[in-house]
Design a protein around this ligand. Structure first.
Ligand code: SAM
Length: 303
């Protein structure tokens, strides 16, 4: 992976553009927020070292960097999702495609289709995969709530930190079920409200605006189980990996946010927001008590 796609420093123009787009998230209606994010160059607000991963990573085994932790999260998902050589995989909300390049390098897949709603990300992911000689990975622009693939066309559907954005996650589950063959598996990893916790109004507002999470998607592990069952999935397993993902990521952020590279690149508003979260993410009270991080797998019945 090369460092060349991560901008070194935000110009005044880039910074101003980010401010305008971020501020607009608070004033425009929920159903238009995704469109705002489509105009944002997400590379400026990443905390990784060289890669363009946009997730909290998996820190079991104490990796040295977020890049390594994100690779570990992709490997974990492949492992719990039962990925095998020869499989057909659909990755939903692929971002800049780092996890897809990893899966394509580590498995001899029959097919890997990765989609994201943001055209700019899809285009850059495509270029990066081509430069890495991974021509067989196909990147499409598209939304997780209306997949344009035939019924039963994949063995696996994966999503890393993207299903909370999709309006709605329930519609995504229904679509994932449809495109999976009988016996196929869905696997996803993402932060979610802690079980039984009623989020503060401020937390809900932040989720709906800056985290671009529709209100309908804000529910805990029990809600995931309910919606997966409603879509027809069985063999549902939901595991908390908060102590290996959310908590160590926040610890990492407390250091990383003062790094001159991050100070130069990441928008000050975004840094301030994460700083507030990272400071309140220790222990079991406040924000730390409100948040969980879930690893979810489920199967379409049949074989
Ligand atoms: C937090 S990023 C995760 C990206 C990538 N999976 C990773 O781990 O680096 C969430 C991604 O979901 C994408 N996304 C948001 N809404 C979507 C939708 N309705 N359908 C598909 N992708 C969506 C965003 O554009 C973004 O790239």
């Amino acid at each position: 992976m090369t460092a060349t796609h991560l901008p070194a420093k935000a110009s005044i123009a880039a910074r101003t553009r980010q401010y305008i787009l971020l501020a607009s998230l608070f004033v425009i209606p929920q159903d238009r927020r995704a469109r705002v994010l489509q105009h944002m160059d997400g590379r400026y607000n990443l905390f990784g070292e060289e890669g363009l991963n946009h997730n909290m990573g998996y820190w079991a085994g104490d990796p040295d960097s977020l890049d390594e932790a994100s690779d570990a999260l992709a490997r974990l998902l492949a492992d719990v999702g039962g990925l095998r050589d020869g499989a057909r995989l659909l990755d939903v909300g692929c971002g800049f495609g780092d996890q897809d390049m990893l899966w394509a390098q580590e498995y001899d897949l029959a097919e890997l289709v990765a989609i994201d709603i943001v055209e700019f990300k899809v285009e850059l992911a495509r270029q990066r995969a081509r430069a890495a000689g991974l021509d067989r990975v196909r990147f499409d622009t598209g939304t997780g709530c209306r997949l344009r693939y035939p019924d039963s066309s994949f063995d696996h559907v994966f999503a890393i930190e993207s299903s909370f954005h999709i309006r709605t996650r329930a519609a995504f589950f229904a679509e994932a079920f449809r495109v999976l063959r009988p016996g196929g598996r869905l696997a996803l990893a993402e932060p979610a409200p802690a079980r039984g916790v009623r989020l503060s109004r401020m937390a809900v507002l932040m989720q709906q605006t800056v985290v671009a999470t529709p209100r309908e998607n804000i529910y805990d592990a029990d809600g995931y189980r309910r919606e997966l069952q409603r879509a027809g999935f069985t063999g549902i397993e939901i595991r908390s990996i908060k102590d290996q993902a959310f908590t160590p990521f926040m610890r990492y952020l407390r250091r990383r946010l003062t790094d001159p590279v991050v100070v130069g690149r990441v928008n000050p508003m975004v840094r301030a927001m994460w700083k507030g979260w990272a400071e309140r993410a220790d222990g079991q009270s406040g924000m730390a008590g409100e948040q969980d991080y879930l690893l979810v797998t489920a199967s379409r019945p049949g074989s």
